[in-house]
Design a binder for this molecule. Structure first.
Ligand SMILES: CC1(C)CN=C(N2CCN(c3ncnc4sc(CC(F)F)cc34)CC2)S1
Length: 489
């Protein structure tokens, strides 16, 4: 049984980040599983006390003393913790057997959370992810509702209910084999929620939103990693609260060192972003963390996730490593091409739009200024990766009910391609792609090519001229006609 034990209570009143880390360590290393409600309340109170309006007076000097947090009293946490437990225990007549959860039970817990929420509020606001936000303001964001349902089920003794995470949505798994799935929250704007239903079998199953049924299925410890990842240090649109970011970074290292981020690519990526801003002595560098996130997605999720490559590409871009950035973005596009674009996929659409129409044009402008010595404009591999990037987006559109590309994409695309001289373009070796499978799965959509061999086959060694896959049968080419035309030019 999880819980708020004496060794945890002994740490109060909490005055420092180190003590919060100790509380999380106690919970993560305890013989029983960590108590999600307790940890979400503690992190939520601290986050809100340091980021709420009353605290926007910028701390210009970083605190030097060890007591770097506003004092957090035991009473405060106990009141909130008992309030959450009583809401759950009073509302849900859980059958005493405490066997496995049922769909009715999960829906009931979701309804209790859902019906407690304020009628209307700005759902995308920051700091709405924790049980503190739920208990003190009756407000939760989309992720927060799913997390609260799992924490509520833990309160009721259902240890089979776990959080399932895609790159832009959250739901729960439950039942004897953990194979039952249920929607428990909403997604996006203006979409009817599907709470209580099992996860998409229909058209939505082929959208990026459900990551081809390769979600991150959490253990209790990974649910702690999800709540820590969801900590939001932002004070306003330009500043972060220093102590909240430091607390998040230290908690992510604790979870990393205990091995609970191994199967959680986005959490590793979040730690990489924090480490890029301020590296922790004696830890692996952020570049390695971004590589580990990519490895995790390839190893545990059949390379069906996009974000690990955009975390990595963003890092290379910010550090002016443009050749590497093109490779990461081409790998991201290599993932998305297997999906059908649906209206639920706006978030990843915006990600590719920004890369194609902001970041790459910016790189082209700099590289064409003539001051860069070993400019990427002379590198066939860069041209090859750009073609892979654009081709993946074109393939994403193919077979989708909703179009992806419009004229706004064409201008930057043509401008970018035209920056490469003909003699550089000529060195890109378009080779035939024997694997019919690459062409088939998208057309009839009956199954996905999970081995995603595109990338491996494409693997060019350094001394080989880069090659980009093409089919031996022209009109069945995996290249979108418009890319085909560009490469022929
Ligand atoms: C390369 C990027 C643009 C940088 N940040 C990215 N994030 C992606 C989303 N983030 C996440 N980080 C940890 N876990 C989760 S679970 C989830 C879906 C939600 F509905 F539950 C999102 C997410 C953190 C921030 S992707």
């Amino acid at each position: 049984m999880a819980g708020f034990r004496d060794i945890d209570k002994a740490l109060f009143p909490i005055k420092s980040i180190n003590t919060v880390v100790q509380l999380f360590r106690n919970q993560l290393e305890s013989p029983s599983v960590p108590d999600l409600a307790l940890l979400s309340i503690v992190s939520g109170v601290i986050e809100n006390s340091l980021t709420s309006r009353s605290n926007t007076a910028l701390q210009v000097c970083e605190p030097v003393e060890q007591n770097n947090l506003p004092v957090l009293e035991l009473k405060t946490v106990e009141i909130l913790y008992n309030k959450f437990r009583s809401i759950m225990l009073n509302a849900v007549e859980a059958n005493k057997s405490k066997g496995f959860a049922t769909r009715e039970l999960v829906k009931k817990v979701s309804d209790v959370i859902w019906n407690s929420l304020t009628r209307s509020y700005y759902k995308d606001r920051a700091h709405l992810q924790s049980l503190y936000s739920f208990l003190s303001g009756n407000k939760l964001d989309c992720f927060g509702v799913a997390f609260a349902v799992v924490a509520g089920c833990q309160c009721l003794g259902f240890n089979d209910v776990h959080l399932a995470l895609s790159e832009d949505h959250a739901w729960v798994i439950f039942g004897e084999n953990g194979t039952e799935t249920a929607e428990v929250t909403w997604h996006g704007k203006g979409n009817e929620d599907k709470r209580g239903q099992e996860i998409g079998k229909g058209v939505s199953a082929r959208s990026w939103l459900y990551v081809n049924n390769k979600p991150v299925v959490c253990t209790r410890h990974m649910e702690v990693a999800a709540l820590v990842s969801a900590i939001n240090p932002s004070l306003n649109s330009t500043h972060d609260a220093y102590e909240v970011a430091l607390l998040q970074q230290e908690l992510l290292w604790l979870l990393y060192d205990l091995g609970h981020l191994k199967k959680y690519p986005m959490a590793i990526g979040n730690l990489g972003d924090l480490e890029e801003i301020s590296a922790t002595e004696g830890k692996v560098p952020c570049k390695v963390l971004f590589e580990e996130a990519v490895f995790s997605a390839r190893n545990y999720y059949s390379n069906q996730h996009v974000y690990p490559y955009t975390y990595q590409g963003g890092y290379f871009y910010r550090n002016k490593m443009y050749e590497e950035a093109f490779e990461s973005w081409a790998n991201a596009s290599n993932v998305i091409r297997m999906y059908n674009y649906s209206r639920d996929d706006e978030e990843i659409y915006k990600e590719f739009l920004e890369i194609a129409n902001e970041l790459i044009p910016h790189i082209m402008k700099i590289e064409s200024s003539g001051f860069s010595a070993n400019t990427i404009l002379k590198k066939p591999k860069c041209f090859a990766d750009l073609l892979r990037f654009y081709d993946g987006i074109c393939q994403w559109e193919e077979g989708s009910a909703t179009p992806v590309l419009h004229i706004g994409w064409a201008k930057p695309l043509v401008l970018t391609i035209s920056r490469f001289d003909a003699d550089v373009r000529a060195q890109v070796n378009i080779v035939c792609d024997k694997s019919e499978e690459n062409m088939l799965m998208k057309k009839n959509g009956t199954y996905f090519n999970n081995n995603n061999n595109y990338d491996k086959e494409n693997g060019t060694t350094s001394n080989e001229s880069p090659s980009v896959k093409n089919s031996n049968d022209k009109d069945n080419s995996p290249f979108h006609p418009s890319i085909e035309a560009l490469t022929a030019a």
